[in-house]
Design a protein around this ligand. Structure first.
Ligand code: PTJ
Length: 244
């Protein structure tokens, strides 16, 4: 039963939370994924729960990079599969990107549930399912090092939504361009990626899909854009403080 009244001032955020909890009950999301979401919610609140100017800029840069990639791959973990399975499939279709399941807290059951959800949402071939095609990313000790030879391993651009820090660095060392979505502009992933979209995946992926329809080249510097995201948080807080 839906217990969230639509009149609740933070109904949207609570609906997103509900989606993740349902995905946890459905065996897609790791327990730790619930906590990661909570951290994201806190940053989203600091950002004012809307897509900022810095995020819009990063989305434009990401659309251009994706549309010009030779072999882009979207890496899917439990949280992204729980929150945006349909959008991931649409983004893959819009950009010609492959989809690969890659988990930090890897279990066979969760991988299978995520696979079924992606398929139900219209995914074509999903990489990361066939052990015969797996290989290891060097410089990484977590389960995320296991990647598909035909997917992430051979990609030129990898999208890593909601990532933990280490793999972004390993992907960069392997010569790949990395696009990430991370509500925390100070995370290691945010700082290491080529393009960091500091926004909630639920809002940002539909905007990215739209931008991919007419990609434009813009001048983009990730560290400058992250500084802008931090200033946006600061401005938001100052505004709240002066209203208090
Ligand atoms: O499914 P698995 O096993 O691959 O595990 C996935 C999680 C998310 C548990 C794993 O990657 C993890 O532990 O991630 P971290 O290190 O907690 O990092 C997640 C980052 O994503 C944090 O910086 C959060 O602020 C951010 N985040 C959380 N929810 C969202 C988000 N960013 C954008 N949109 C969100 N909805």
């Amino acid at each position: 039963m839906n217990q969230i009244p639509s009149s609740h001032p933070r109904a949207k955020s609570l609906y997103i939370r509900e989606r993740l909890v349902n995905a946890f009950d459905g065996g897609l999301v790791a327990k730790e994924g619930l906590m990661a979401h909570g951290r994201g919610e806190a940053f989203d609140s600091l950002m004012g729960e809307r897509t900022s100017k810095s995020a819009k800029k990063a989305i434009l840069a990401a659309a251009f990079m994706l549309k010009n990639a030779q072999n882009p791959v979207i890496s899917v973990n439990g949280n992204i599969a729980g929150l945006c399975p349909r959008e991931i499939v649409l983004l893959a279709k819009q950009t010609g990107a492959k989809i690969e399941i890659n988990l930090f807290y890897a279990t066979t059951a969760r991988r299978r549930n995520i696979y079924k959800t992606l398929k139900k949402n219209g995914a074509g071939l999903v990489y990361g399912m066939n052990k015969k095609n797996s290989t290891k990313l060097s410089g990484l000790d977590s389960a995320r090092r296991i990647v598909d030879k035909l997917g992430i391993f051979s990609a030129d651009v990898v999208i890593v939504p909601l990532e933990d820090g280490d793999r972004t660095l390993a992907l960069k060392k392997a010569g790949k361009k990395v696009i990430t979505f991370d509500l925390n502009p100070m995370s290691r992933t945010a700082e290491t990626a080529d393009i960091t979209i500091v926004d909630n995946v639920v809002r940002a992926i539909p905007l990215l899909i739209k931008s991919c329809k007419s990609p434009k080249k813009i001048s983009f510097d990730n560290s400058k854009n992250l500084s802008l995201a931090i200033r946006e948080i600061k401005q938001n807080l100052s505004k709240r403080a002066s209203n208090a």
